[in-house]
Design a protein around this ligand. Structure first.
Ligand SMILES: C[S@@+](CC[C@H](N)C(=O)[O-])C[C@H]1O[C@@H](n2cnc3c(N)ncnc32)[C@H](O)[C@@H]1O
Length: 211
């Protein structure tokens, strides 16, 4: 496992702001997707598992996936401390690894897509990992002109156009794609001014298999 830039951020990742926003995202997910109590949720780019922790009490199982060994080590400590018996974590790099087909009912990623080189590859990976009728949920930045991150290393997209992202997911085979604004992050921009960065939540469904 090679070191990645998130390894060094892992120990200090769980700030009050990040815990709070994961709680808000989890509520939006539970409200909009209404997963059943047996649902299997994959949290791709889980980081230290903040969303996984917030979602776990409401679903059957959470599979927390990330390419950072440092982030997963923090999540492992939380799991060992107890109370997250239905959270399973797995080292997974979307650029090199593959997932078991139809492994989950919901495939989530929060603030991870902009770190990926290929969104086409992400959409086809999510489609393959979902069961028929399952839901992909993406929370990420609206187009932000390169102002969100101070350091652009490892940042492959400066947010997303909703129209362009919808097209990528439709081309991959998803249907019933819809967006809503789910959060605003207020922080100092790269050029030094304090501003709001809106986040969208996109829901996209894998068509149900015909019987
Ligand atoms: C900005 S963090 C978001 C973490 C978490 N979702 C949260 O909101 O607190 C992005 C995460 O994506 C992971 N990541 C980046 N590239 C990845 C890849 N190629 N495969 C899997 N995970 C990746 C990073 O290790 C990091 O934990």
């Amino acid at each position: 496992m090679s070191t990645n830039s998130f390894d060094t951020k892992a120990a200090a990742w769980d700030t009050q702001d990040r815990i709070e926003r994961a709680r808000v995202w989890a509520q939006a997910f539970l409200r909009e997707v209404a997963p059943g109590p047996d649902a299997v949720v994959a949290d791709f780019g889980t980081g230290t598992g903040l969303l996984s922790q917030a979602v776990a009490p409401h679903v059957g199982e959470v599979i927390a996936l990330d390419s950072s060994a440092g982030m997963l080590a923090v999540l492992q400590q939380k799991c060992q401390a107890g109370g997250l018996e239905n959270v399973r974590y797995q080292h997974f790099d979307i650029e090199t690894d593959t997932l078991q087909p139809a492994m989950c009912d919901v495939f989530i990623s929060c603030l991870t897509l902009h770190h990926l080189r290929s969104i086409d590859h992400y959409a086809s990976t999510a489609l393959g990992a979902l069961k028929s009728g399952g839901c992909a949920l993406v929370i990420d930045l609206e187009e932000e002109g390169g102002e969100f991150h101070e350091d652009h290393a490892g940042v492959h997209h400066h947010g997303f156009s909703r129209v362009a992202l919808e097209q990528v997911f439709a081309d991959a085979g998803f249907c019933a794609i819809r967006f809503q604004t789910v959060y605003h992050i207020r922080k100092k921009s790269r050029s030094g001014t304090e501003r709001d960065f809106p986040l969208f939540m996109m829901l996209a469904y894998k068509p149900a298999a015909e019987v």
